[in-house]
Ligand binder design. Sequence first.
Ligand code: ADP
Ligand code: MG
Length: 218
Amino acid sequence: ELNQPLAAMKTYLAGARLLLQRRRPEEALSSFQRIDDLIERMGAITRQLKSYARKGGEAFEEVDLRASVSSALAMMEPQLKARVVKINRGIPRHPVMVTADRIRLEQVIINLLRNALDATKTTVEPQIDIVLQANDAAVLTVRDNGQGITDLDSLFEPFYTTKKPGEGVGLGLAISSGIVTDLGGRLTARNRDGGGAVFEMQLPLVGPDHAKKQEAAE
Ligand SMILES: Nc1ncnc2c1ncn2[C@@H]1O[C@H](COP(=O)(O)OP(=O)(O)O)[C@@H](O)[C@H]1O
Ligand SMILES: [Mg+2]
């Protein structure tokens, strides 16, 4: 699983070297950003492997999903600023608590945002909606008005990507859905009627009320 991002990093590095030689530092910088992203991703993979290895789930804690969304947006700020994208946020006033590994959860949200950004590259008035709701479960919806999903069946498969080599490795959704499933939740995708994609992350809510409900349902 680590070989793919390693190979991609080598490619980016070679690209960056070439760009620097040709005195195109701006473009080289974006290659470095991609390498940085890949390191981040590899970190996520090794963290995942580590937590599989110990199986204790010590990294799990109660997390307010509102904070995860803010923090994911903060981490995406450079990429968001580089584009003219309207971000609509629908966040409740009360906490939305779930049990999760904070870092991995943010990783999932960042992946969804990055995909939405990529998907709206050619959209005239790009918009991304981020809506958080708490009903029976916590539901985070990331909706874009991009090109839509071409192949809904392959979406979550490792290394499935429609992006050019160097722009995507196809691991984001595979890892993300693994993370969400580990937390007892679900990550689903569909196309919108008017064009664009909708991703929905559902997670069990924390709380005595919910513990009871779940017991009853089992
Ligand atoms: N918001 C989206 N709109 C349209 N297609 C998407 C969206 N998110 C993901 N996809 C499709 O799913 C593929 C896999 O996504 P992902 O696993 O994150 O890998 P990567 O982003 O590296 O390609 C993408 O290449 C793209 O074809
Ligand atoms: Mg992706």
